[in-house]
Design a binder for this molecule. Structure first.
Ligand code: SAH
Length: 540
């Protein structure tokens, strides 16, 4: 009768974090083999299993003993903390079996039971530091040459991986973590967040938030995992967070804008994505290369080796930590009431947009700029120096004013400017446009905007809830006439605050108005058209 090997990862150490299957497997076994401390950690789960506990360094003899006992017919549990397949017993047990010519079909049965590894348990205590590409590196050079470990740290540091260092330090191995810090500092800022977690989910659990520069001023030991963030990782309220992606796009008052599905992977939104056309061309040329002569193959191999050398080799002079460029998006116009560009403004635009940026004329009397840059502040300063009015792009509040007949009908201009000053660029559930026209002609179409105000006979008329696009587009409803100039700013302010507070994300103002029926005391009137107009999506 053949026995069975159960290689069990029991997680960080707490009872609740041991999986159901791991518990069952412990129950099923006749014998438990493991490092003393680990056997103690699962003491509460043992019934009448025979225990073989050994010292830390006797891993190979533990694996050999386990195989021997299983071959003698026993069901043997080999336990590892965390996951048995991560610097644990799983590989060793296989190695012992393979040495003996073991085959899956005919040999003793083996089951590896997964557990929560330190990278995961420690990350959960730190916040969410492992959100992006990450790797584990063990700093133990007992079984691995230090030279190789060094190369791995170098490669991980260079490629901006989040790194979880296992076995960072022990009584005798103290220099490794110092070296690791030195290598990381070649590529990452000294302020890079670092989390030190000792004994996660065990009695003497300790969590320390520090950074690359100061990490060695804290206690690091055998039971510590050192988690080093990538170039985007940040601290927030004593939590270590790595964003899900790199910053793709930002505008005046927001650091990041979510991409709509259709914008994904487009060059203008994610300039670093692999160029699909280029990839197709390259794969064609790869096929060609495969058909090439041997000498040519040898040449490409030499090139590849040279590249590898550059990544792994001693010389790293070519590599410097680069801040990642993002697309800075901003809308510009000559002014609220002013619709005339000056030559200096035109030249400034050409200069800041350069070869790589784009300028787009929008339906909103603005020019939208998209500029790849790591220094938006420089661009903002130049645009401001040319007296541009800058507006953020996205779901924000913008004002569209008429030109007040070149300033001749100037009475409403101060109120327009006041509104811009107080509310311009404010975040909204969905983009919100306010149209202001200086006379009853309303020739700039104020009544066609989400909110429209028209200055007439020394007072303002207020229109709410136009549907600005679609086959069923309609003007806003007139909700008040003759509002005193002194009141208009406050009224608009209250309306948009109510929308900001109660509007659902992505809900356009006209839908919001229809849903809530009353905004700041102004009633919605249901004027459903006789013919039901189906919305026609783009392309229909
Ligand atoms: N198989 C284990 C790793 C064993 S190597 C796993 O998957 O987690 C031992 C190293 O793991 C320790 O030096 C430490 O860096 C890390 N480690 C294991 N358990 C830990 C815990 N509870 N808290 C913090 N680090 C831990």
């Amino acid at each position: 009768m053949k026995g069975k090997l159960l290689v069990i990862g029991f997680g960080p150490g707490s009872f609740e974090h041991i999986t159901q299957r791991a518990r069952e497997a412990i129950q099923e076994s006749d014998m438990i083999i493991g490092y003393k401390t680990y056997v103690e950690l699962i003491q509460g789960l043992l019934t009448n299993q025979q225990i073989i506990s050994t010292g830390m360094t006797e891993e190979v003899s533990r694996a050999q003993e386990a195989v021997k006992q299983a071959e003698a017919g026993k069901t043997v549990a080999v336990i590892s903390s965390g996951d048995a397949g991560v610097y644990g017993m799983a590989g060793l047990v296989y190695e012992v079996l393979i040495e003996k010519g073991w085959k899956k079909e005919t040999g003793v049965e083996l089951e590896v039971i997964p557990g929560i590894s330190a990278i995961n348990s420690c990350a959960s205590l730190l916040g969410a530091p492992v959100m992006h590409d990450a790797c584990t590196i063990s700093l133990s050079d007992h079984l691995t040459p230090w030279e190789l470990i060094e190369k791995r740290i170098e490669a991980a540091a260079q490629a901006d991986f989040v790194v979880a260092f296992y076995n960072p330090k022990s009584g005798r191995r103290t220099r490794q973590i110092v070296e690791a810090q030195r290598i990381l500092l070649k590529y990452r800022s000294p302020d890079t967040p670092v989390g030190l977690v000792k004994s996660a989910y065990r009695d003497r659990e300790e969590v320390v938030m520090t950074n690359l520069k100061d990490m060695l001023n804290h206690e690091i030991g055998m039971l510590t995992t050192v988690v080093v963030g990538n170039s985007s990782t940040f601290f927030y309220d004593d939590l270590m967070i790595t964003p899900r992606g790199y910053q793709r796009k930002y505008t005046l008052n927001q650091t990041e804008q979510p991409l709509r599905p259709h914008q994904r992977l487009r060059k203008e939104a994610e300039p670093w994505a692999l160029d699909q056309e280029e990839a197709v061309k390259q794969s064609a040329s790869t096929i060609e290369a495969v058909q090439n002569t041997r000498e040519e193959k040898a040449a490409s191999r030499a090139l590849a080796e040279e590249a590898l050398q550059a990544i792994l080799g001693e010389s790293t002079s070519a590599v410097v930590h680069q801040p990642i460029e993002s697309i800075f998006e901003v809308a510009v116009s000559p002014g609220l009431a002013n619709k005339k560009f000056t030559p200096v403004q035109m030249t400034t635009l050409a200069e800041v947009v350069g070869e790589k940026g784009t300028m787009e004329y929008t339906p909103d009397h603005q020019i939208k700029l998209q500029i790849p840059t790591a220094q938006p502040d420089v661009i903002i300063k130049k645009l401001q120096a040319a007296s541009f009015l800058l507006s953020p792009v996205g779901d924000v509040f913008t004002i569209k004013a008429c030109d007040f007949c070149d300033g001749e009908k100037s009475d409403a201009i101060p109120h327009t400017e006041e509104l811009q000053k107080r509310l311009g660029g404010m975040d909204m559930p969905k983009e919100l446009k306010l149209g202001i026209n200086g006379c009853g002609m309303a020739c700039y179409g104020a009544v066609q905007e989400d909110i429209g105000i028209v200055y007439r006979k020394g007072a303002f008329d207020l229109f709410l809830g136009a549907k600005t696009v679609g086959r069923n587009a309609h003007s806003g409803q007139i909700v008040a006439e003759g509002i005193a100039p002194d009141d208009i700013v406050e009224i608009v302010e209250n309306i948009i605050h109510e929308y900001k507070e109660k509007g659902h994300p992505n809900e356009r103002f006209h839908k919001f108005f229809k849903r809530v029926k009353n905004v700041y005391g102004f009633d919605y009137q249901d004027i459903t058209p006789k013919i039901k107009v189906e919305p026609a999506p783009c392309g229909d």
